[in-house]
Design a protein around this ligand. Structure first.
Ligand SMILES: *[C@@H]1O[C@H](CO)[C@@H](O)[C@H](O)[C@H]1NC(C)=O
Ligand SMILES: *[C@@H]1O[C@H](CO)[C@@H](O)[C@H](O)[C@H]1NC(C)=O
Length: 562
């Protein structure tokens, strides 16, 4: 069935571009129609770049063979757990999962693997069905039989290769991520997989695994990058040893497959790369090195929940720039290869973190990979059919978990800047992270309101004049009163047209009303209309929610689509 046709196509990757079809069988995915419309630009862009693989690093940007920016908008799809099979094949046909990835606007998958898969032949050649049976997963076997029967009879390594190929047939790029050595859930300080020399982490075996993986996929065009090791950590972590083995790993991958981007992770669960300031890594090749960093709410404990959200967001940004963001300034791409949160919206720590994180991603225009695709796992930490509340898909993989979360993600999928994206002289977008929408003024009859960022107007925020002008006009944003919609006016010298970026989060746009009251831009209603209200959470109070007033002024050079 689908598997047969797709693997046949997969033997001719050069023709795969013409084979993109939107199989109507998957139209029961609730978001299909919305997303087809919404991610049109992304899909179109991606179709255009496939022919220009491999990818390169040009200063901080990842570019294709024509020098045009390719923004990684990836989703993590784990294949490193005990089952060794990409999650969800018991829930939906693999081609349907691949198409769902595309329809939700992702152009790439961070596909995880354990060293054992690439070095233990008796394990890699075990049939999927036998392997699942040995783990007692009879329910998953029944699900595989219903949804992907051919996979039951495949050796584990063949299943891995075919999934990569099917992603390629759907124009999805793949980053192969060595997640750990011994298959299982990751990551703990002392799980024996944390650092070179730990109980299960034999550096020589790891190097062999990297070489084998790089060699296996050296002619697979959609494999665009390899990340050498996920979340190095633990009591044995050491900067000199990091340098020694990351250097060897990078050279091993590059000599086996010089086409892939070589992606290096830092220490402390990939939260910290600041040791590279003193001692940069040396490799024999150029234009292929990328660094990766991870961030979750829990990277700062429960600071988001107990602190003032503006202060915590400010600290978070300083920490991110200090420990990893400086690499952008040094001219390296920085890939935020894991971030995410509970998509049910019930975790205050996660909600506040995500609002801040989305603002940062848009501002820095980062390449990123969301954790994660899967609505559930075959087996995780001993629990069968465990739900993943960070997952894009719901538990039975029948649709997306939270469409309002996806709206935020869609805002950061297309690039704002970079080589080949300079279609207009720089202008500003006012991005509202908690909705994923942007400030726009559609016409004279419309209020100033939130709308899709792809249709944002070109604004110009001048720090000097403190005005927010509509580019190419004499009109500027003006406050009217507390709770009142803001308007576009032409008296741009009056105090209600002077806007300052305030608070530690740098996301409140404030102005002074004629009676002296300080107010901030706000979207507090549900109708999208932008008003001004007293500024929230500015002066250190806790248990307050400023996100309705968080607007990130970001720079864009992409074409305006009205
Ligand atoms: C390889 O995998 C098999 C399971 O198929 C396991 O019994 C064996 O211990 C593994 N070998 C190594 C060296 O880890
Ligand atoms: C989606 O997330 C929002 C918060 O971001 C939350 O209010 C809402 O309840 C969530 N919806 C579902 C279906 O979980």
């Amino acid at each position: 069935m689908q598997y047969d046709t797709l693997t046949t196509k997969g033997t001719k990757p050069s023709s795969s571009r013409k084979t993109i079809t939107y199989d109507m069988k998957i139209s029961h995915f609730s978001s299909v129609l919305f997303l087809l419309f919404c991610s049109n630009v992304v899909l179109h862009e991606f179709v255009a770049i496939v022919g220009a693989m491999p990818l390169y690093a040009n200063s901080r940007w990842i570019v294709n063979g024509e020098g045009k920016r390719v923004k990684l908008a990836c989703v993590n799809w784990p294949s490193h757990l005990e089952t060794l099979l990409a999650q969800g094949l018991d829930k939906k046909p693999v081609t349907e999962i691949a198409k769902t990835i595309v329809l939700n606007g992702f152009n790439c998958v961070r596909f995880t693997w354990p060293v054992a898969l690439a070095t233990n032949d008796s394990l890699a050649s075990t049939l999927v069905e036998n392997h699942f049976r040995s783990l007692g997963l009879n329910g998953a076997i029944a699900g595989l039989r219903a949804n992907n029967p051919i996979f039951l009879r495949l050796p584990i390594i063949r299943a891995f290769q075919i999934i990569v190929k099917i992603l390629g047939n759907n124009n999805v790029m793949v980053i192969l991520d060595n997640h750990l050595s011994k298959p299982g859930w990751c990551c703990q300080q002392t799980d024996g997989n944390g650092f070179f020399g730990d109980e299960y982490f034999d550096p020589e075996l790891w190097l062999r695994g990297l070489t084998n993986m790089a060699t296996m996929f050296k002619d697979t065009k959609n494999v665009v990058g390899m990340s050498l090791r996920n979340e190095l950590r633990g009591p044995n972590a050491n900067i000199d040893i990091w340098h020694k083995f990351m250097h060897e790993g990078a050279e091993a991958v590059h000599s086996a497959n010089p086409k892939v981007l070589v992606i290096l992770s830092g220490l402390e669960f990939d939260n910290n790369l600041d040791f590279l300031r003193q001692q940069p890594i040396e490799v024999s090749f150029t234009g292929k090195l990328v660094f990766e960093v991870h961030r979750y709410a829990s990277s700062m404990g429960n600071a988001w929940e107990i602190g003032n959200p503006n202060v915590v967001c400010g600290n978070f940004m300083n920490n991110l720039m200090g420990s990893a963001g400086f690499l952008l300034e040094q001219g390296f791409p920085l890939f935020l290869s894991e971030f995410g949160g509970d998509q049910r919206g019930i975790n205050v720590n996660d909600n506040r973190f995500l609002n801040c994180m989305f603002g940062v991603i848009a501002d820095l225009d980062l390449d990123w990979a969301l954790w994660a695709l899967q609505g559930s796992y075959y087996l995780r930490q001993g629990i069968v059919d465990m739900e993943e509340v960070f997952g894009v898909l719901n538990k039975d993989w029948s649709g997306i978990r939270n469409s309002s979360f996806m709206q935020k993600l869609h805002a950061i999928q297309p690039p704002f800047q970079g080589p080949g994206c300079q279609e207009m002289s720089p202008y500003n977008i006012m991005f509202h992270p908690s909705s994923g929408l942007c400030v726009q003024k559609k016409s004279i009859r419309h209020p100033v309101e939130l709308g899709p960022c792809s249709k944002s107007n070109a604004w110009i925020y001048s720090q000097q004049a403190r005005t927010i002008m509509l580019k190419g006009t004499y009109s500027c944003l003006q406050a009217v009163g507390v709770g009142q919609p803001v308007k576009l006016g032409v008296d741009c010298t009056c105090s209600t047209s002077k806007w300052e970026i305030i608070s530690d989060s740098r996301m409140h746009l404030s102005t002074k009303l004629p009676d002296g009251e300080i107010v901030c831009l706000d979207h507090s209603g549900s109708n999208g209309v932008i008003v001004t209200n007293p500024c929230k959470c500015i002066s250190g109070e806790i248990n307050c929610e400023p996100a309705s007033q968080w607007f990130k002024v970001i720079t864009s050079t992409r074409r305006i689509v009205l």
